[in-house]
Design a protein around this ligand. Structure first.
Ligand code: ZN
Length: 447
């Protein structure tokens, strides 16, 4: 259903991870664990997960001349996070405007400076965001921005998986038409980059341009990634203009005829939730962005109960202001408990699923990503739990959701390749990434 590029780039390395606590995320609830577990990676995929040391011995014999060993003593081995809604290059705009409402923030602060950003700024901004995400255990992100070609290039060179969403908006349709073609043409051989359409939102698209996006998604056989029901104003404007909610409007327009990932869904009523559930629309919940822009609290518990696939996103770094999925996971769980006055509303394992398994489902890759199962792609993070704030060890799932920080992530593997080892990024020079971001924003703010 989605459009995945099949290339011919192979990773030949084999890796054996041993002595870690392995959390495969393939149980329905509770979280099955392998204490003193082993995980073997052959090329880009997971070969086995087991608590049986004989399996590990067989693996090392089979790959005796070509096997990297990772000792995971004192570490939890779990799937990398899937950040299902971000504008990664907005890392460049971190901190330039805080503490204002969404439309004022967009119109007076963000869009004017974004108008000055070209390919190079977006490429370097994306590298900054990707560096932050990799160091915090995110192995896949779903993006939406102008110049998704630059974001795709930054992702591939940095060794992170990306779903880029070229973004039609009324005031830049020409650019959009160039961008989606560039992504298709340049990344058809990529093992890491895939594409969705990114119709921005009901308030930035005419009917004609929305229909162009819907038609393209259908013709290319890809899904769509949209902002939906983020604020009260968006909903009241939709009722004034179309006599229906944004969710009902998009359904009527035919958007949900191809797989759709909808970010926010803060202001959805019971009828909207029914539409999302019956049309298999996945929802990217962005609690910190919604809190910072005072948009409200998405009814996540209601959506989960109705059977909606809810996953997690950070949104851009200028409305969050970081790309930390650990914080997002914890906030999602805590905020829903406050909103429903029910401490059971998002239990720890459900929060972990939202950050991994549900994210994979939202991008049409259930079973391939977000889980440590034989045959799945090797997108893995190792979390160092030998830290005072994680002691004493009693319940690994609780530790991960309620106590772990991004800075506890030690090693990150994407598609069988090591992107982070010993908290150092192996694919980018961290100093260069940070200093070029600083140079860009100094110049942009001067213009
Ligand atoms: Zn967004």
């Amino acid at each position: 259903m989605f459009y995945y590029f099949c290339g011919h780039i192979h990773t030949d390395m084999n890796i054996l991870i041993s002595n870690g606590i392995i959390l495969p995320m393939n149980a329905t609830e509770g979280g099955e664990l392998y204490f003193n577990g082993y995980l073997g990676i052959e090329g880009e995929r997971i070969a086995f997960v087991s608590a049986d040391s004989r399996k590990a011995e067989e693996f090392t014999v089979r790959h005796k001349d070509d096997c990297k060993l990772i000792d995971a003593t004192g570490k939890i081995v779990m799937p990398g996070f899937i950040n299902t809604h971000t504008h990664v290059a907005m890392a460049l705009l971190r901190g330039i405007s805080d503490d204002v409402p969404l439309m004022e923030w967009l119109q007076e602060h963000i869009w004017p400076i974004e108008g000055k950003m070209g390919y190079k700024e977006i490429f370097d901004g994306a590298r900054l965001g990707i560096l932050e995400m990799l160091l915090g255990g995110t192995t896949t992100f779903v993006d939406m921005y102008p110049y998704e070609e630059a974001v795709a290039e930054a992702a591939e060179s940095a060794g992170i998986r990306a779903v880029v969403s070229p973004c039609p908006m009324d005031f830049r349709m020409e650019h959009f038409e160039e961008d989606w073609r560039a992504v298709r043409d340049r990344f058809s051989g990529s093992r890491l980059v895939s594409m969705m359409m990114g119709p921005h939102a009901i308030y930035t698209l005419s009917d004609k341009n929305l229909q162009r996006s819907i038609t393209l998604a259908r013709e290319l056989g890809i899904g769509s990634h949209v902002h939906l029901a983020e604020t009260e104003t968006e909903v009241s404007d939709a009722f004034a203009r179309y006599g229906m909610s944004p969710t009902a409007f998009f359904e009527k327009a035919g958007l949900f005829n191809t797989p759709t990932l909808a970010a926010h869904c803060v202001m959805v009523d019971d009828r909207d939730i029914e539409i999302l559930a019956t049309r298999n629309v996945s929802v990217a919940h962005n609690p910190q962005s919604n809190m910072k822009l005072a948009s409200g609290i998405a009814p996540v518990k209601k959506m989960l109960d109705a059977g909606v696939n809810v996953c997690l996103g950070t949104d851009g770094a200028s409305s969050n202001n970081d790309l930390d999925m650990w914080e997002e996971m914890r906030t999602a769980s805590l905020l829903q408990k406050v909103a429903t006055k029910d401490p059971c509303s998002i239990p720890a394992y459900t929060a972990l699923k939202m950050a991994t398994v549900n994210g994979a489902k939202a991008i049409g890759r259930e079973g391939e990503l977000g889980t440590l199962s034989p045959g799945a792609f090797a997108d893995i993070q190792l979390v160092n739990i030998e830290k005072p704030h994680l002691y004493p060890h009693t319940n690994p799932v609780s530790e991960l959701v309620y106590s772990t920080h991004a800075s506890d992530v030690d090693t990150v593997i994407v598609n069988g390749r090591i992107s982070v080892e010993g908290r150092r990024c192996m694919t980018m020079n961290e100093d260069d990434v940070c200093s070029s971001a600083q140079e860009h924003i100094n110049r942009l703010l001067q213009k």
